[in-house]
Design a protein around this ligand. Structure first.
Ligand code: HEC
Length: 259
């Protein structure tokens, strides 16, 4: 037993050793409250998205993040999932010029966006995206919240984690010091500013508020069926519990006289 335990400890230390360089450089993001519980949380089964926050978050994505980040997996019509009406979705899509074609002459043309179009990308390809951003292409945000350890909390921490680089931690030119980015030198300049957007519902657009809203939107984009799916799970489990009870009662009745 002792030996087994020391073997396990040695194994864990070995693992920690290989990651040591990175681990020393990354800071655990503080936990934030999410109305939906979090994409990776069991609790989300009892909760629902804050749709007003997700709509504000879409505004932040649209006015700020979409200058650099694509969200290839999301179509405008999906936005009805956070409470936009079909009319609103049509109007949102129509604000974009989408390339289509070829037409009968074999030429590409542009037309106003339609609900079925996927979110327009800011750059035609990865190379162009990297060239415009100091060599680092901004990653697609469709699944970002699920793609990083600590999920929503990490993305929120990145958006709010910009600081002056400490004197003992110089960072390369063209990068920015971020407390929560592994290695701290991130190619993304701080994207959010106080009152950088104007919310229609009168919510004050602090940096923290915009970060919380856009992360709620990104969580919905990464797991649009989180709420439905988990609540179906709960219903199935409740059904099975009740059904087991009925079967047990039936079995007792059927076998009651056999003794
Ligand atoms: C001026 C362009 C620009 C804007 C605007 C911008 N980003 Fe970025 N973003 C980048 C670049 C470039 C990277 C890659 C950074 C790197 O790998 O060093 C990045 C990386 C990220 C990452 C990944 C960090 C990681 O762990 O790899 C997230 C999350 C992110 N951005 C979210 C956002 C959100 C949300 C917004 C809007 C509020 C936003 N970004 C606005 C350029 C931008």
């Amino acid at each position: 037993m002792r030996r087994l335990r020391s073997l396990i400890v040695a194994g864990l230390l070995g693992l920690a050793g290989t990651n040591g360089a990175l681990a020393a450089e990354s800071v655990v993001p503080p936990h934030q409250e999410w109305a939906h519980g979090g994409v990776n949380s069991f609790l989300s089964m009892f909760k629902t998205f804050d749709y007003a926050a997700a709509q504000r978050g879409f505004q932040v994505y649209k006015e700020v993040c979409s200058a650099c980040h694509s969200m290839d997996l999301v179509a405008y019509r999906n936005l009805t999932g956070i409470g936009f009406t079909e009319e609103q979705v049509k109007a949102i899509a129509a604000q974009y010029e989408i390339q289509d074609g070829p037409n009968d002459q074999g030429e590409m043309f542009t037309r106003p966006g339609l609900p079925a179009d996927h979110f327009k990308k800011p750059f035609p390809n990865k190379q162009a995206a990297a060239a415009a951003n100091g060599g680092k292409a901004p990653p697609d945000l469709s699944l970002m919240v699920k793609a990083r350890e600590h999920f929503e909390d990490y993305v929120y921490a990145i958006l709010t984690g910009y600081e002056e680089a400490p004197a003992d931690h110089p960072i390369p030119d063209g990068t920015h010091y971020n407390k929560y980015f592994p290695g701290h030198a991130i190619a993304m300049p701080a994207p959010l500013f106080e009152d950088g957007v104007t919310y229609a519902d009168g919510t004050k657009a602090t940096i923290a508020q915009q970060a919380h809203d856009v992360v709620t939107f990104l969580a919905w984009a990464a797991e649009p069926h989180l709420v439905d799916r988990r609540s179906t799970g709960v219903k199935v489990i409740l059904f099975l519990v009740v059904f087991a009870g009925i079967m047990y009662a039936a079995k007792r009745r059927v076998w009651a006289d056999v003794h």
